[in-house]
Design a binder for this molecule. Structure first.
Ligand code: AVI
Length: 305
């Protein structure tokens, strides 16, 4: 039985051009496909960020100072948190994610892997505001937002989120955040349009998810995956393109698409480091230290008040 409260979805579908929020990528199948993306040869961000943590973990921990609690936003499988906790040795970990069951399992695994760690799971949409358990001390908090997920928000929304992160910490806290940097367009486009077609499957899967949520009748085969770099906005854009004239219906409406018409499904901004540092400053972080790989593809940034 489709839920009717997803008016954000139907509002997006009737816009011109139509839009679907990337948050709808992450049903069970979408989360699995995203994990597969992170292991693709073309998708450099995850392995580059992991290597940065391995190489510079000790320096990052030193620069972060005494950390009592790591708060990971969009924690997912908590794998990156495990590596970070090995370096900063917090007493407490709070994982925040929209997918409650998945998060519970990941936090339980983390408890087993890091004996003595007081690991908690907070289910919720971080974009709606994070509410931490009341007994988490205000001092010594390190907010952790890896994976360059901040790039999936348009800059004004990214700024709101960074301000919210600043609000989660006291003056002795910090934010450790992953940023994907601009680079050769062919490398970027391959990362979002891989030869094995995993990213295409990830993009198309959003249609099946929408069918379940709003009772629409999208047929995946009628759509094609498009991913390209938009130089003006320094972002990868993902779209679904109608391969033929299509009429999509749902209980309270419909939308016709001409062949070639697109639905915009995701932006992934690639920030030059100075532009991102300026955004951090606007959000109330006056100091930033960055670690990058040899090719300057990705940066791990420690932002302090
Ligand atoms: C989650 N996020 C950082 C990914 C990205 O690279 O923008 C989502 C993604 N979309 C396609 N591939 C990966």
């Amino acid at each position: 039985m489709p839920l009717t409260r997803h008016s954000d979805i139907t509002d997006g579908l009737i816009q011109r051009p139509a839009r679907i929020s990337p948050k709808y990528f992450y049903d069970q199948k979408g989360s699995r496909l995203f994990e597969a993306i992170t292991r693709l040869p073309e998708y450099y961000p995850t392995r580059t960020e992991n290597a940065l943590m391995q190489t510079h973990g000790a320096d990052i921990a030193r620069a972060a100072g005494a950390v009592r609690t790591v708060i990971e936003l969009g924690a997912g499988n908590c794998e990156k948190a495990r590596a970070l906790c090995g370096w900063v040795r917090p007493a407490c970990f709070v994982g925040v994610d929209i997918s409650a069951d998945y998060l519970q399992q990941a936090v339980q695994r983390l408890r087993e892997q890091v004996p003595g760690l007081d690991a908690r799971a907070v289910a919720g949409d971080m974009t709606q505001g994070v509410v931490l358990p009341p007994d988490i001390p205000a001092e010594g908090r390190l907010v952790f937002y890896p994976g360059s997920s901040i790039g999936n928000f348009d800059p004004p929304h990214a700024l709101d989120l960074l301000r919210h992160m600043r609000g989660l910490i006291d003056n002795d806290g910090g934010l450790l955040i992953g940023i994907d940097l601009p680079k050769d367009v062919a490398l970027l486009e391959a990362a979002y349009d891989d030869a094995a077609g995993v990213t295409a499957a990830f993009n198309l899967n959003v249609l099946a998810h929408l069918n379940r949520l709003i009772g629409s009748d999208f047929v995946e085969d009628q759509w094609g995956h498009r991913a390209f770099f938009n130089d003006e906005h320094s972002r990868i854009e993902m779209h679904l393109e109608a391969l033929e004239p299509i009429r999509v219906r749902w209980p309270a409406g419909e939308r016709r698409f001409a062949a070639g018409e697109r639905i915009h499904t995701e932006n992934s901004y690639k920030y030059p480091l100075p532009a991102f540092t300026a955004l951090l400053a606007q959000a109330g972080f006056s100091r930033a230290q960055a670690w990058t790989d040899g090719q300057a593809w990705f940066a791990t940034v420690l932002a302090l008040p």
